[in-house]
Ligand binder design. Sequence first.
Ligand code: TRP
Length: 414
Amino acid sequence: MPTRAKGEEFVVTPWEVKGKIDYGRLKTLFGTQELTPELLDRLRRLAGGELHPLLERGVYISHRDLGPVLAEYEKGNPFFLYSGRGPSGPLHTAHLLHFDLCGWLQAKLGVPMYIQLTDDEKYWLRKEQTREETYRWAWENLYDLLAVGFDRERTRVFFDTRSIGTMYPLAADIAKRIPYSTAKAVFGFPTSTNLGLMFYTALQSVPCFYPSWRSGRSVPCLIPCGIDQDPHFRISRDVAEPLGYPKPALLHSEMLPGLLGDRVMSTTGDVRDNAVFLNDPPKEVRRKIGNAFTGGRATVEEQRRLGAVPEICSVWAMWRSKFAPTPEKFDRVTRDCRSGALLCGDCKSDLVDHVNRFLEGHRARREAVKEWAPSIVLEGGAGEPGKPAGPPLPSAGRPGGAAAAPPGQPTSGR
Ligand code: TRP
């Protein structure tokens, strides 16, 4: 189970992303599957003929078992979506990536969504992180994530320190089946690692199986996530079979570059100038994007003559991953950048307008979800499988319409 792409110029683990990532190499090392045009077409058909821009533009690069999950859906056994966030500070625009895709999938396919807020993970990971702080960020982050747009009837939240009573029996089942040797091989834990972090992967696995465990039947899971999270879910997939649950399927994205280019990685989110945060005022957005690393040339004359290089440009990355509202806009920016028709200054100020307009709407949506956000956090004890104890779970079905599919016959699930 190789995980750390060591000896390479890059490192990709759930807790460390460094260097210039060679995704072809990483997919081979991790053993993930190619996201083929056939699979994307199949998803497009199920979604009514459209594909989300993130899929269209190749931001998602690989998967595990997407095919079987779609096959189950086609047979009338809908999957649920699962993604999460380790709260340690405010969110920036790139953090919304998987939630954008999940919101779209939920709207198109009528599937339930589970969000996990791991207000223990970053506390265990980072010396300077206090528990109170990560708890507070979990709430703040939750409002931002829900502002993306989810159906509150079909969305539930695992908020680790609040939901633990619901999660714990399943976490115990999972933890029992992960030998120390596996965790060590996958994460490379030094002996100084605290017990919390060693146990953590069991907690991140809980949502993968929770609906199956609670309902006593086999409910498939699809997890859109950064490819850095794959090592956790390789473990979840390993324990699925002995526990009698379906293996969670994964859809992996690239790691988005920060505004400062390869010099810093966006996902750490620690460097304020490396990303546009969701609470940045308009002027700050203008300043940050103004200073962003681009694929432009040294002089205007050179750029007009040679064109710029979108693939290395952090501004282009923002158009691509979120801000180009239509395929036409995205194609135009890309083409004019490459040809030299579009200069970086103009491109940047156009992007600033798009980002500020988005942020204004986002803040309003964020205020609106605050009132009901606490009501979808899973709290309390879940009881045992098949028993209706614990909070109600969301069901599948198109918003406002009939269920997408009748639930399958209950099985023992074991
Ligand atoms: N470990 C993730 C992080 O560091 C948080 C997380 C929890 C997550 N569950 C997830 C991410 C499921 C993707 C999918 O941010």
